[in-house]
Design a protein around this ligand. Structure first.
Ligand code: UN1
Length: 483
């Protein structure tokens, strides 16, 4: 695959490239992709800057019409895109197909944003005047996205950027560049003018940083790790650029004594292991009231033993490989640290070989018990299929433990009691709260983001997107003379 700059597919200026392997069978090479550097970022930003005046001058519904056509393209190519995504990132095919549909839905939601309000009318102090606000675009925005939702996250950042009149420099994760290329191709085929959306592929340290440092990039929206997010934030805030960060999670599912344990078991396990736990919204802590600790533990153990780990292209697979050798090493290392701290491994956690005994980055989903709320397994984001059980005395202690981490992205409670459900929704530090639901999974039309170290206080998706991707102009119009 190639970069896409100013409407042209092209190699990196340096001519350098890397090979992306299938994480389920490392000898299967997906293809090669450019290793870009600051020169490619400069060209992409220049193209986006040149395209900006005409793009912002186009009517919003005309911009939306292009997004509608791109959604049609994504829907038509969905099955092929899902196979590419599964091969490139290891996402199981059933999840990958659902994500392709979701990406098209996201594009359609934002296409329709063009036909909703871009401002408000007020009554002013001057009765003769028309006083209104208008949402105007920012300019050239940078989009830096991860590999775990290689279509949905680019869609929910790029679609609002475009419909509100910005032009874009897009840097996808190295591990998902081919899927990103296919997404950009749909937007190009839908008639996006050259330079409005530019794709630059390569290492984050090089080009992510070059995008953040570029004086013509006025805003950056980033989803990824806290470490990278804070480096980008320093560069961006130092030069006064606008920033949106979606970072890690350590999401709890609190199970109260009156809960439906079968429902809780199913949704907790899916929340923990879908996409091999590589979701910032993954369930990673089960905080359970002592009265139901043993029956819940037995159910979880039984459900874990039924999980099918295998080829992401096989429709029966629930859990595929981790995305890379680096992730596999990190996840195995955290489990070893957890055991050294006294957590008891009830199930899984061992490395597995790929389909047909080939090399792959597989780990058996792991269930830990007797995890202390202070331990690494209870505090740090693992980004792997690892679930820790933390028993608590009662609801009060459950809330305290649930809130006792630096993150605050999503949280679930399982209970039949309305008073407890309402108290949980009120007191939990999380941007997404589910009562008798999974911690993961978000809808395109509602705001998404976290509290504390999980986000930068801004929200993505739905009508919230207009807040980040526009700025408000307040206009007063008076007749030249008053008769
Ligand atoms: C979801 O749970 O469907 O990177 C979306 C992530 C989040 C998105 C989660 N930003 O996992």
């Amino acid at each position: 695959m190639q970069n896409f700059i100013g409407g042209e597919w092209q190699d990196a200026e340096s001519g350098a490239w890397y090979e992306r392997e299938n994480p389920a069978r490392t000898r299967d090479i997906i293809g090669r992709a450019p290793l870009s550097d600051a020169r490619d970022v400069d060209r992409a930003v220049a193209a986006a800057k040149a395209a900006y005046p005409a793009w912002r001058a186009m009517s919003a519904p005309a911009r939306g019409a292009i997004l509608h056509r791109a959604a049609d393209c994504l829907a038509a190519k969905g099955p092929d895109l899902a196979v590419l995504m599964a091969r490139e990132t290891g996402k199981p095919i059933v999840e990958a197909e659902a994500e392709a549909v979701r990406a098209a839905d996201i594009l359609r939601f934002f296409a329709a944003e063009a036909e909703r309000s871009f401002g408000e009318v007020y009554e002013g102090r001057d009765a003769q005047a028309l006083l209104y606000t208008r949402r105007t675009p920012l300019g050239v925005v940078g989009i830096i996205s991860p590999w775990n939702f290689p279509l949905a996250i680019p869609a929910w950042k790029i679609a609002p950027s475009l419909v509100f009149g910005n032009t874009v420099v897009f840097k996808p994760s190295r591990e998902a560049a081919h899927t990103a290329g296919a997404f950009v191709a749909c937007l190009a085929e839908a008639g996006l003018p050259p330079g409005v959306l530019n794709l630059v592929v390569g290492g984050g340290e090089t080009i992510g940083q070059a995008i953040a440092a570029h004086p013509d990039v006025v805003a950056v929206s980033f989803t990824g790790s806290n470490a990278v997010g804070s480096t980008l934030a320093q560069t961006l805030t130092a030069r006064g650029a606008k920033i949106q960060l979606e970072l890690g999670g350590k999401n709890p599912a609190v199970v109260l004594a009156d809960a439906d344990l079968d429902l809780a078991t199913e949704l907790i396990v899916l929340g923990a292991v879908q996409n091999a736990g590589q979701r910032c919204t993954a369930t990673s802590r089960v905080i359970v009231e002592r009265d139901v600790y043993e029956p819940l533990r037995e159910r979880l153990l039984e459900r874990f033993s039924e999980i099918t780990v295998g080829d992401p292209l096989d429709r029966g697979t629930l859990v595929g490989p981790l995305v890379s050798a680096q992730r596999l090493k990190a996840v195995l290392g955290m489990m070893a640290r957890g055991e050294a701290e006294g957590a008891k491994r009830l199930y899984g956690g061992e490395r597995l070989s790929g389909p047909g005994g080939e090399d792959g980055y597989f780990v058996r989903p792991a269930l830990f018990d007797a995890v202390s709320p202070e331990s690494v397994l209870a505090q740090e984001e693992i980004f792997g299929p690892v679930l820790s059980i933390i028993p608590v005395r009662d609801f009060e202690e459950g809330i305290a433990v649930a809130n006792g981490v630096r993150y605050g992205l999503s949280a679930a409670v399982f209970t039949n009691r309305l008073d407890r459900a309402l108290a949980f929704a009120e007191r939990i530090d999380a941007g997404v709260v589910r009562i008798n639901g999974q911690t993961a999974g978000v809808e395109p039309h509602v705001p998404f983001g976290g509290m504390k170290a999980s986000s930068s206080y801004s929200r993505e998706q739905g009508r919230a997107a207009i807040e980040f991707f526009t700025q408000t102009k307040t206009v007063t119009i008076r007749p030249p003379s008053v008769s």
